[in-house]
Design a protein around this ligand. Structure first.
Ligand SMILES: CC(=O)SCCNC(=O)CCNC(=O)[C@H](O)C(C)(C)COP(=O)(O)OP(=O)(O)OC[C@H]1O[C@@H](n2cnc3c(N)ncnc32)[C@H](O)[C@@H]1OP(=O)(O)O
Ligand SMILES: CC(=O)C(=O)O
Length: 528
């Protein structure tokens, strides 16, 4: 397993890693147990060079070794004064991976040289690095396109790398357009032809990067390059989070040290945090939706005979877990399973009644799969529970926009438009009536302040509950400003986060519903 998240992954649009980020990603890769970590292109930029300088003292790798990436010498150049090759030697690692062209079209057009010189660039460069004491892997760029149009030249390039001392020639589908059957056949041909290890590196332009990696392994490749979450140039690389379990769990080919595959989900999500990209829910094996069941027929089967009915593996094997989603596409069985997941007791009659109520609400625009906290409150109510923390008598919100000009004339020289919002809330706690006013930078903020002021001192846990996100979606945009809106609010108590929902044609009322659910849920879970 050769991970190139820090090199090819860094070529993904939207990723820009600091040296500290790169060190943290390398720690995660080592935690997962890959054999090789391609740390970057030391000649390309000061960040990658600094990574290789700092890594020996700041990383203590247990299973992985660092590899430095570069290219062959320039056409008609000399290996001794080639800055890329020198940077690889100076990177201070034991292994280099260099890329060279194996498609005749690229040699003549992109490099602007002859095919013989193209072959010499590869052989000379590998031999130079070997002479400097490095182990060398050779990435044969555009191998499958080259093999399709001029197999004799493509194989000559691989031979030159092998003769120069490369211990692995890596067949690259650089444009990502190959299909599995051709990758498998070409790989098998190379394996039969050469005496060195053969590897595979695929891009995902045809959506086949993982399939092509698996096909190459079936064709005899024993070195697989890929990235965490499939990050990489353009549409990305082979996603190791998919390829590793495909190979280990489906084909019985060991990729990681014993006991590491169960770290797959946590490493995937941790690296997503480090590169600052949201994890993709539908990613196989590690995505949050990978084992999330929504259809009523599915959840019913799952409830009767367990995960094997609708899950291709036990999610725990890759560190993930089963989730049940309730929606208007589900029935009683899914509702009962979701209640059990949330720790709410719901008998059959209550589950059936709530299923009908939920379908009615979803028709109005509620989506409970996105708002587990509001769903839990609904379930509790279906089981006979009533929240007695507070009840609303009424609220009022006013926003005053005072313009900076009057009749086109500024009111005074430095006056700017002012928008003030004030809310008043009247609630009952038991038989005590509480009235409070709150100011805010908008209606929801003002209502939140007013409600907290009214409840001040009653529930100390309220101080720990904060809103962290607020999303509004217009549900019937044809009604323009009269449309129904859906508000989702994310909240936290510093330890857990939860999501609540409100739907109404009045955005303030929808927000109020989500706000109240958020506070009630937070207080109930704090034991208030
Ligand atoms: C398939 C892959 O993903 S390979 C990795 C691709 N990743 C990157 O390119 C990221 C890092 N790259 C860089 O920072 C820069 O491109 C550098 C530092 C490597 C080179 O920068 P520059 O010298 O300014 O060259 P520039 O980027 O404009 O062009 C690339 C040069 O490399 C040459 N080149 C391309 N492939 C190879 C190769 N396999 N061996 C030697 N030279 C090559 C090109 O012909 C071009 O040379 P030219 O300037 O004489 O036309
Ligand atoms: C080397 C590489 O990243 C490629 O050929 O796609």
């Amino acid at each position: 397993m050769f991970d190139t998240t820090l090199r090819d992954g860094a070529q993904f649009e939207g990723i820009s890693l600091t040296v500290d980020d790169k060190l943290r990603v390398a720690e995660q890769l080592d935690r997962l147990g890959v054999r090789w970590i391609e740390g970057g292109y030391p000649q390309a930029n000061p960040r990658d060079a600094e990574f290789f300088q700092r890594a020996p003292s700041e990383l203590s790798l247990e299973t992985a070794e660092l590899v430095a990436f570069g290219s062959t010498r320039r056409p008609a150049g000399k290996v001794d004064d080639d800055t890329t090759l020198r940077a690889l030697v100076d990177a201070g690692v034991g292994t280099a991976c260099i890329v060279g062209k194996s498609w005749d079209f690229h040699v003549t057009q992109a490099l602007g040289t002859t095919l013989d010189e193209g072959v010499a660039m590869v052989g000379d460069s590998v031999a130079f690095l070997r002479g400097e004491g490095l182990r060398v892997f050779f990435d044969a760029e555009h191998f499958f396109d080259g093999y399709r149009t001029n197999p004799e030249f493509a194989l000559r390039v691989l031979e030159a790398a092998a003769m120069g001392g490369a211990e692995c020639v890596v067949l690259c589908d650089t444009n990502g357009g190959a299909l599995p059957h051709e990758v498998q056949a070409a790989t098998a041909d190379v394996v039969a032809h050469l005496d060195v290890q053969v590897g595979i590196h695929t891009q995902n332009d045809g959506g086949c990067a993982v399939a092509n990696s698996v096909a190459a392994v079936l064709g005899g490749a024993t070195h697989l390059q890929g990235t965490v979450n499939g990050y990489g140039e353009r549409t990305g690389n082979a996603n190791l989070m998919t390829a590793i379990p495909d190979l280990e769990l489906k084909l019985g080919i060991t990729c990681l040290p014993e006991g590491r595959i169960e770290r797959l989900t946590s490493v995937s999500r941790h690296v997503a945090e480090l590169v600052n990209l949201p994890p993709h829910p539908a990613d196989p094996y590690v995505g949050s939706s990978a084992f999330a069941h929504k259809g009523g027929l599915h959840t019913s089967g799952l409830g009767k005979a367990g995960g094997a009915t609708y899950e291709h593996i036990d999610p725990a094997v890759v560190g993930n877990h089963t989730r049940v989603l309730v929606s208007d596409l589900g029935g009683r069985a899914g509702m009962a399973m979701k209640a059990a997941e949330l720790g709410v007791e719901l008998d059959g009659a209550a589950a059936a009644a709530l299923t009908d109520e939920l379908k009615r609400r979803e028709a109005l625009g509620f989506v409970y799969e996105a708002a587990d906290a509001s769903l839990e409150l609904l379930m509790r109510e279906a089981g006979g529970w009533r929240q007695d923390l507070f009840s609303l008598e009424g609220y009022r919100v006013t926003t005053y926009h005072r313009h900076a000009t009057r009749g086109g004339t500024p009111i005074d020289d430095d006056d700017e438009a002012m928008v003030d919002t004030e809310a008043s809330v009247k609630v009952w706690v038991g038989d005590e009536r509480l009235v409070a006013i709150g100011e805010g930078n908008g209606p929801v903020n003002a209502l939140d302040h007013a409600l907290r002021t009214a409840l001040n001192g009653r529930y100390p846990a309220l101080a720990r509950i904060h809103l962290i996100d607020f999303r509004v979606r217009v549900l019937d945009s044809s009604s323009t400003t009269g449309a129904v809106v859906r508000v989702l609010v994310d909240s936290t108590d510093g330890e857990h986060t939860w999501t609540t929902i409100g739907v109404d044609s009045n955005i303030i009322e929808a927000s109020w519903q989500a706000l109240v659910d958020s506070i009630v849920y937070g207080l109930v879970h704090a034991g208030a």
